[in-house]
Write a protein that binds this ligand. Structure first.
Ligand SMILES: C[S@@+](CC[C@H](N)C(=O)[O-])C[C@H]1O[C@@H](n2cnc3c(N)ncnc32)[C@H](O)[C@@H]1O
Length: 217
């Protein structure tokens, strides 16, 4: 995915060009994803979001992370790279085909020992997780209709001070336009739910396709 398309193009490009770029491994993964998955490659997070994810995991000192929506592995590698040795990422997806690419790159990136993949509907995977507050960092980037459920199931298990990052919350800038259907009205309802949630503090960051950061407590 290219730089945020709801910001002046020159400013968006400037911001990206002043953000630490992806390394050769992430560039190769992005290239293979484009070649193998075609139009679906647009689902991959933007490179500057990847840099931010690694930094957020480092800043929060997270040891236990959960990702909902792994695809070919770009965001999972960025998260795993921010975890300390002994840190763990539970990666949730429904696609064996797409995550088989992720698994190959996890090996190449040297993060495979930190990541456990769970294939199946993420709502079921999350509901089956221990109900204590053990998650330090979570990234939600799967089917948009599932967001409210993923948010609630993760928040219930999030440690105080833990962080959830949620992708696509600006819907390519269509979020404010009431004439759009599809995922836009549902995302608007989700954004309202989060900002009105007294359990959290939140910032909607206009990076990539919009990345909402939610801190518990
Ligand atoms: C936007 S992509 C994730 C992109 C990924 N974060 C990256 O950086 O490349 C969405 C992913 O969610 C997965 N997905 C869709 N519905 C799902 C569900 N109900 N449970 C779990 N994963 C799901 C899809 O298979 C797809 O790989």
């Amino acid at each position: 995915m290219k730089a945020a398309n709801f910001i002046d193009a020159a400013v968006a490009e400037y911001a990206v060009s002043h953000t630490t770029p992806p390394d050769d491994l992430l560039l190769a993964l992005a290239e293979e994803t484009r070649r193998v998955t075609g139009g679906n490659a647009g689902m991959q997070i933007a490179p500057e979001q990847g840099t931010l994810l690694t930094m957020l995991v480092q800043l929060t000192g997270a040891r236990q992370a959960v990702e909902v929506g792994t695809f070919t592995g770009y965001s999972s590698i960025c998260i795993a790279r921010g975890l300390p040795s002994g840190g763990r990422l539970l990666a949730c997806d429904v696609s064996d085909e797409w995550t088989s690419i992720a698994r190959r790159y996890w090996d190449e990136a040297g993060v495979a020992d930190k990541i456990e993949l769970r294939l199946g509907p993420a709502a079921e995977t999350l509901r089956a997780l221990p109900e204590q507050e053990w998650i330090d960092f979570a990234f939600i980037d799967a089917d948009k209709v599932g967001y409210p459920v993923y948010y609630e199931e993760i928040l219930a298990r999030l440690a105080p001070g833990g962080l959830i990052a949620v992708d696509n919350t600006l819907q390519h800038g269509k979020i404010t336009d009431p004439s759009y259907g599809g995922n836009v009205p549902g995302m608007r309802a989700f954004n309202d739910l989060v900002v009105d949630d007294a359990r959290v503090r939140t910032v909607l960051v206009p990076i990539g396709d919009g990345l909402t950061l939610v801190r518990k407590g």
